[in-house]
Structures are given as structure tokens and as C-alpha cells.
Write a protein that binds this ligand. Structure first.
Ligand SMILES: *Cc1c(COP(=O)(O)O)cnc(C)c1O
Length: 386
């Protein structure tokens, strides 16, 4: 019997090593990784630049404390602000923690304004994490179930529905911020309509709300821009990201600009491990590789290639409800649940994911070759056609 707490339905495979887009299991079988640990290992496994940076930093200094200056952290903050248009960065260790910081910023703003129950508007179908505040923010009853009482201070609207947000803006003076994913990740790769973020920006401006974007999954080049909002001309007030930022080292950030960047003061918030030299060395190395190898444009190019190929090869299939994608966030929504698809793909040496029961999801590395991209699509197409 395992002594690991029973929080995951695990597949019966363990990996011993990885290289680029491939993982090798403990029996020596190879798998093309179309999932990258859920959008984490964006540069591929055992990236040599990141590995060298981690190794060098581990032999120099892994941890000091946020009581002291941390130059690698300052450098990563400068670079992330340069990329995002934000002004300040709080360093955490995970996506949920990054979102916790965002929710705390919203509450500080509301309490400063003298509101009794300052609220954050969140969207149905969203996923924001598993801590109490972020599971409350998550728009999925299954994530809430059994953990009541949920936190107060949240309002809810359907995703991609501007009218619903406008209605809340007109009627709920306690709302101080909205938190939204530009693309629902866990929810099934639902991409917001053109103009959605622009409309949310206008509502936030009109009602003095913070526009907070959860780019935990969409960030770090995956969609073909560093952040998904950069496909628009919208500048949010708060942006969180995590998954791809460390290529496997735990790191999360909550970034803010303008008023939101000045809300935290010493004593408000903190984290023992957040932004330690080891995690930040990995983050800096990830940015180095993304820039050096032009991986953001490559993600866009690969995404177009894969999406087109999926659409062409699955055209006319009566199993398909919709095919969606932006960059390397790709989904094939089926008409019926596909309980065996993940295991069948594994048998063929390909790792993919099925979310919501019927949505085949691919989050492959930004470093795929064209051939690897084609193998991934062909395998998925063959499995769906069967
Ligand atoms: C994965 C994810 C989170 C939670 O990140 P953790 O690191 O697991 O806490 C939050 N938001 C989105 C959009 C995610 O995809």
C-alpha cells in the first residue's frame, strides 16, 4: 500500500528520464510527451541551459531569505516586467500561490476603499488552484465539493459573456476586481472571443476594477505570445503566471502595475521559499532559452501546423464536436467521453490528456520538431478515427 496521500488517480507508469520531447519509463519504453507535465516543461525535458543554470546555482547558493537582497530575483523581476508591461513582481512557488497574491491585492484595494465585502468576479469553467481562496475562485463545483464553507467575496459570471459582466458591474458595488483566464486551460481550451478582453478592460476602467489575468497556463510563450493578452492591445493591472516559467522548478509570480503595484507593503504578504536563488536561476535560464531560440514564434508556427493538420485530417469525422487551439494549447472536443484514449495513446508511446471527460488536450513542448509535431497529431488522429 502506498504511503502517498490519495489525491491523484495515477496512471500505471513511472518515468526514469527525459530528453527534449521524449520521456523514458522505468522499463525503457519511450514516449513522445504531448503534455509536458501540464504546460510546465515548455523547453522540453532536461534542457541543457536550464540544467546548467540550476546546477551552477545549487553549487553556489540555493536559499538565503527574503530578509535580504536577492540579485537573481531582482533580475528576473526586471525581465518579466520588461516583457509584460507590469511594474512589480511578487514571487511565489506555484500557480495557486500566485493567484492568492492577486486575490489579496484585490482585497487590499477594497478594504482601503472602505467596502465591507470586497469581491472578485470570477468565471464559470475556470481553474485557479486548490488553496481555499483559489478553489473558491475556481468555477467548477467538483473542485468545491466537500470543502465548504467556501470563502466569501466572490461573484460569478459565465466565461466569455460580456453582458453578464456588465450586469454585475451595474448591480454589485462590492466588486473591486475580476480574475479571468484568457483561455480556459483545465476547463477545456476554450478561447475567449475576439474583443472579450478589450470589453473587460473597458468595464474595469469604468468601474475602477483591477483587471487580473490568470496566465499560469497560457503564459511563457505557449500561445505564440509571451502572454496570451499580448494577442490584444489590452494591458491588465495584474498578471499571474507559473507553470512554464521554471521548466519544472517550482516558481510562480504575481505581477502588477500602477495602483495595484503599490498595494503590498512590508508585512502584508510573503513566502519563505518564494523567489529563492535556485528557482530564479531556473526562471532566468528559461527566459534566456526562449529569447535565444525564438521559441515564442516557434510556438505560433507549430500551433498553426498542428491545428491545420488536426482540422484537415479529422474533417468530416462524426466523433468531433470542435477543434480548438492557439499556439501550443490544442484541444479536440469529442461528442462522447473517451475514457480509454489516454491509456491507448500511452500504449502507442504518446502522452496526451483528456479533460472534462471528452476534450483531448495537447500542451507539447515549444521545442518540438516538425516531425515530432506530426507524429503527435497523427497518433491522436488515428486514435480518434478508430
Ligand atoms: C495549473 C493552474 C493553476 C494552479 O497552479 P498550481 O501550480 O497547480 O497551484 C492556476 N491557474 C491556472 C489557469 C492553471 O492552469
Amino acid at each position: 500500500m502506498s504511503h502517498v496521500m490519495n489525491t491523484y488517480a495515477r496512471l500505471p507508469v513511472a518515468f526514469a528520464s527525459g530528453q527534449g520531447a521524449y520521456l523514458t519509463d522505468t522499463n525503457g519504453k519511450q514516449y513522445l510527451d504531448g503534455l509536458t507535465g501540464l504546460a510546465v516543461v515548455g523547453l522540453g525535458h532536461a534542457d541543457p541551459t536550464v540544467a546548467a543554470a540550476i546546477s551552477e546555482q545549487a553549487q553556489t547558493l540555493t536559499h538565503t531569505s527574503n530578509l535580504y537582497e536577492i540579485p537573481t530575483q531582482s533580475r528576473l523581476a526586471d525581465r518579466l516586467c520588461g516583457i509584460s508591461g507590469m511594474e512589480k513582481v511578487f514571487f511565489a512557488n506555484s500557480g495557486a500561490e500566485a493567484n492568492e497574491a492577486a486575490i489579496k491585492l484585490a482585497r487590499l484595494k477594497g478594504n482601503k476603499a472602505g467596502l465591507k465585502n470586497p469581491s472578485v468576479l470570477v468565471m464559470d469553467g475556470s481553474f485557479h488552484g486548490r488553496t481555499m481562496a483559489t478553489l473558491t475562485a475556481t468555477g467548477n463545483r467538483k473542485v468545491h465539493a466537500g470543502f465548504e464553507p467556501l470563502l466569501s467575496g466572490f461573484a460569478r459570471a459565465p466565461f466569455d459573456d460580456v453582458a453578464a459582466v456588465q450586469q454585475i458591474a451595474d448591480n454589485n458595488p462590492e466588486v473591486v476586481a475580476l480574475l479571468v483566464e484568457p483561455i480556459l486551460g483545465e476547463g477545456g481550451i476554450y478561447i475567449a472571443s475576439d474583443g472579450y478582453l478589450e470589453a473587460l478592460r473597458r468595464i474595469c476602467d469604468a468601474h475602477d476594477w483591477l483587471m487580473m489575468l490568470d496566465e499560469i497556463q497560457t503564459g511563457n510563450g505557449r500561445t505564440g505570445k509571451y502572454f496570451a493578452y499580448q494577442h490584444t492591445n489590452v494591458l491588465p493591472d495584474v498578471v499571474t503566471t507559473a507553470k512554464g516559467l521554471g521548466n519544472g522548478m517550482p516558481i510562480g509570480v504575481c505581477m502588477a502595475r500602477d495602483e495595484a503595484a503599490e498595494l503590498f507593503v512590508p508585512g502584508n504578504h510573503g513566502s519563505t521559499f518564494g523567489g529563492n536563488p535556485l528557482a530564479c536561476a531556473a526562471g532566468n535560464a528559461v527566459l534566456d532559452v526562449i529569447e535565444r531560440d525564438d521559441l515564442i514564434d516557434r510556438a505560433a508556427e507549430l500551433g498553426d501546423r498542428m491545428l491545420t493538420k488536426l482540422q484537415t485530417e479529422l474533417a468530416g469525422s462524426n466523433r468531433i464536436k470542435q477543434i480548438r487551439g492557439l499556439g501550443l494549447m490544442l484541444a479536440v472536443e469529442l461528442n462522447e467521453d473517451a475514457p480509454n484514449l489516454v491509456v491507448d495513446a500511452m500504449a502507442q508511446g504518446v502522452l496526451i490528456n483528456v479533460t472534462q471527460g471528452n476534450i483531448v488536450r495537447m500542451l507539447p513542448p515549444l521545442t518540438l520538431t516538425d516531425t515530432e509535431a506530426d507524429i503527435l497529431v497523427d497518433t491522436v488522429v488515428d486514435l480518434i478515427r478508430d
